[in-house]
Design a protein around this ligand. Sequence first.
Ligand SMILES: Nc1ncnc2c1ncn2[C@@H]1O[C@H](COP(=O)(O)OP(=O)(O)OP(=O)(O)O)[C@@H](O)[C@H]1O
Length: 245
Amino acid sequence: MKGRRLYLDGVSVVFDGFRALNNLALIVEPGELRAVIGPNGAGKTTMMDVITGKTRPTEGVVSFGDADLTRLDEAAIANLGIGRKFQKPTVFDALTVFENLELALKAPRGPLPCLRWALTGEAKSRIGATLREIGLEERAQDPAAILSHGQRQWLEIGMLLMQDPDLLLVDEPVAGMTDAETEHTARLLAGIAGRRSVVVVEHDLDFVRALNCRVTVLAEGSLLSEGSIDHVQKDERVIEVYLGR
Ligand SMILES: Nc1ncnc2c1ncn2[C@@H]1O[C@H](COP(=O)(O)OP(=O)(O)OP(=O)(O)O)[C@@H](O)[C@H]1O
């Protein structure tokens, strides 16, 4: 199987004396789908920032396969095959769905200049496969501007897939989506996992349940609980700090 293990241990991030992450441990196996939940300020975004090299840990181990991520910059980490989808879509409205995917295929993983490039048969078939995977085959020739909110999010996931990442980090993908779009997104991410590792940060617990995967609960920068959604929803500490009584 393609992929490497993501490994965090003893990771702390201190901002002006404040511990945004505090001795955090996380292991995501190759091909695993993992959901990360926790109250506001728990450190979920900071954890993603540490993995992608946006924030340097104050201490701890962060590795992907045998690569030490604490020694690499954001571009080098993207180049290793770690892709991140932020909450706000960054698709190009004036381009069609197909053209957006084409552009993502041309773009190097890191922020390097575009090379001259021609659309080969192989590239076309990869774009076609991604269109099927994200469920936008019928919209291929539509400008991104007329897509629904959910479809735009799927297009952006598709754009990341064109870069062939081994690990996909996804930040609150279903915020603002309809129930049907949320279900589609759960199926899409579950389908992507297996071939790639996927880490999803999300507050919507119905969506997390639909992902049917191991769940990590963060609180105050540390691991609070981990296991199935049923396990963490019954955990007294999780109920106390996150779910409420
Ligand atoms: N650059 C920074 N400087 C100072 N404090 C920061 C910085 N970035 C994050 N923090 C603080 O670290 C804590 C963790 O923030 P983080 O955004 O990682 O939490 P989160 O779990 O993603 O929350 P949310 O669910 O609200 O997105 C917060 O208290 C935040 O204010």
